[in-house]
Design a protein around this ligand. Sequence first.
Ligand code: AMP
Length: 251
Amino acid sequence: MTVVLRSPQEFHAWRKQQKGSVGFVPTMGALHSGHEELLKQARKNNDVVVLSIFVNPTQFNDTNDLDKYPKTWEQDLAMAEANNVDAIFCPRYDDMYPDNYRYKVSENSYSNLLDGAHRPGHFDGVLSVVMKLFNIVAPTHAYFGEKDFQQMTLIQGMVESFFMDLQIVPVATVREEDGLAKSSRNVRLTSAERLKAPAIYKAISESKTAEEAAEKLNAQGFIVDYVTDVGTRRFVAARLGDVRLIDNVQI
Ligand code: AMP
């Protein structure tokens, strides 16, 4: 049985009764098999599993993207139950932001690159909400997908900088058979765009340089925000219509 908890107070009362390790999977819902892989790893390695579903407005720099973010509550609940999730925490905005976002967590170096350079304030919103969720959920382990590699790295850095007592567990990117990274936003692609979308992964995996990958995507009609190599990874963000997709690979 999966319990659904709506406020931090309700969650706190439930959390006090739990024993052992707590694996936590924070999400914005519209769950797919990428999220499910995080749930499976959390289930395998912990006594208790918590999933959160909260479409966090402070991390959206584009109101259209926020308004159009898919919501699939019934399916999300079914996936949680099928994976023996103990509790779903799904707070409202006022519960999470009693100060209306007067206080925030920010990082002032790596968060300005890549997606941060194209989405002003995005990572402040991410770090702030994840800090809040960690404080409410009090997990021993938290699972993050490499699909959002920059986000995962920034969260790992936050945990170290603030001496937060939990372990961040990275999970490899889950892909469609044609290579497209699973994403809640994929359902917003038209069928023609969906056919084109795997070119993102193909371009970053098969090109010798970031420039070559960007050229291939431009030539196929993508609006490329960036293709950039940082250390041993290649990162991409590209738009098809009004859907913005990101991906990254080890190079
Ligand atoms: P989201 O709900 O999209 O914000 O994602 C919630 C968590 O699921 C984040 O840690 C993501 O990195 C992770 N995630 C999303 N898509 C994938 C995927 N295709 N493979 C692995 N993890 C993913």
